[in-house]
Design a protein around this ligand. Structure first.
Ligand SMILES: NC(=O)c1ccc[n+]([C@@H]2O[C@H](COP(=O)([O-])OP(=O)(O)OC[C@H]3O[C@@H](n4cnc5c(N)ncnc54)[C@H](OP(=O)(O)O)[C@@H]3O)[C@@H](O)[C@H]2O)c1
Length: 324
């Protein structure tokens, strides 16, 4: 059987996968129960309805990891991943839409010799070809250098009527840990709500930050009600928010939560929403990945991370709006 003749049936039964990557062969790895090599552990949030938990900050890969074969840039991405795992990070998010990012992740995992249990491999299916999902997923796994994903999401809900059942069937067959759907920039929340109501899904991925709060009205409460885990993309508005805040004095309330930078205050705001499982900032910088993970890691002299609640969260959003 060639890669171009994988049918949905052979993919799910494994006959189409074992020869080209063996996605069904292995036991699903642990759900991101990674631990930093030493020192305090990052805050974990439970995946609703399960005994598994994920660090509340993961790592995005759009643009930042699309570096092609450039050895210097590849090494830089590997360094970012090394710092992420050293700080106890687990979820890395990618997509077949992100150029060479999947291969960059695969390169980093291999270079670093990362134990499969340490990474919560999160990717997407992104095709409007109703039979195209299996082949694309298999190619994504090959690029990562793994046998199966912890989480696969229907990217931007593209062809979700065909692709979501594929992911649900893969999960039922033991070839996938969790299913999900994504959107961003506040787009198509009506459709997102309908899918959340009608379908069995484990995760949604949406945009949320102190300026983009549309999901607070309906989507986040629905996720809580329905035990759906929530991943937050574009926590820094693609970097525009942190850039706009650069050089602005930090508000006094930042110290109450141990936030030493605007980026940390934003991440604390996001992950303190009771519906949010994790945020996935992307970065090209080792110091930034450390800073982002530090936002959810207790200070050396503390036993837990300081996070805002209720009205305090509103005060943070107002302080950020005022600083712009
Ligand atoms: N529909 C979808 O499924 C969808 C849509 C959008 C995004 N996503 C996912 O979500 C991830 C995150 O979204 P995003 O990449 O669009 O935007 P983002 O994470 O909001 O912003 C990334 C930018 O933030 C900067 N940054 C990161 N940490 C920082 C820090 N501590 N201080 C200052 N700047 C910092 C980075 O610059 P430096 O390199 O200089 O650190 C980078 O340019 C994506 O990578 C992707 O995995 C999914």
């Amino acid at each position: 059987m060639t890669r171009h003749h994988i049918t949905r049936r052979t993919f799910l039964t494994g006959a189409g996968m074992l020869g080209i990557g063996g996605l069904v062969a292995a036991r699903l790895p642990g759900a991101g129960l990674a631990h930093a090599a030493s020192g305090p552990q990052p805050l974990h949030h439970r995946i609703p309805g399960t005994d598994h938990a994920l660090p509340a900050v993961g790592l995005g890969s759009w643009i930042t990891f699309n570096v092609g074969n450039d050895p210097v840039l590849l090494k830089n991405c590997t360094d970012v991943m090394a710092a992420f795992f050293a700080a106890g990070g687990a979820m890395i998010d990618s997509s077949p839409m992100y150029g060479s990012s999947q291969a960059t992740i695969g390169h980093g995992l291999a270079e670093l010799g990362i134990d499969r249990e340490q990474v919560f491999a999160t990717d997407k299916v992104w095709t409007s070809d109703e039979d195209g999902g299996p082949e694309q997923i298999d190619e994504s796994a090959r690029r990562w250098g793994i046998r199966q994903f912890n989480l696969l999401q229907v990217h931007n809900m593209l062809d979700w009527e065909n692709q979501l059942p594929l992911l649900q069937d893969m999960k039922a067959a033991g070839a996938l840990g969790y299913t999900g759907i994504t959107t961003s920039h506040g787009r198509r929340h009506d459709l997102l709500g309908i899918i959340m109501e009608r379908e069995a899904i484990d995760f949604i991925q949406v945009t949320y930050n102190p300026l983009d709060r549309a999901v607070e009205d309906r989507i986040l409460p629905m996720a809580r009600e329905r035990n759906i885990a929530v991943i937050i993309n574009r926590p820094f508005r693609g970097g525009r928010l942190t850039k706009a805040l650069r050089g602005q004095p930090m508000p006094g309330l930042a110290a109450d939560y141990g936030a030493q930078s605007w980026a940390q205050l934003i991440l604390k705001y996001i992950v303190s929403h009771p519906a949010v499982t994790c945020a996935i900032p992307a970065t090209t910088r080792v110091d930034h990945v450390r800073e982002n993970m530090a936002a959810i890691t207790p200070m050396p002299d503390a036993d837990k991370v300081l996070l805002p609640e209720g009205k305090e969260r509103h005060a943070i959003a107002r302080a950020i709006e005022a600083a712009l």
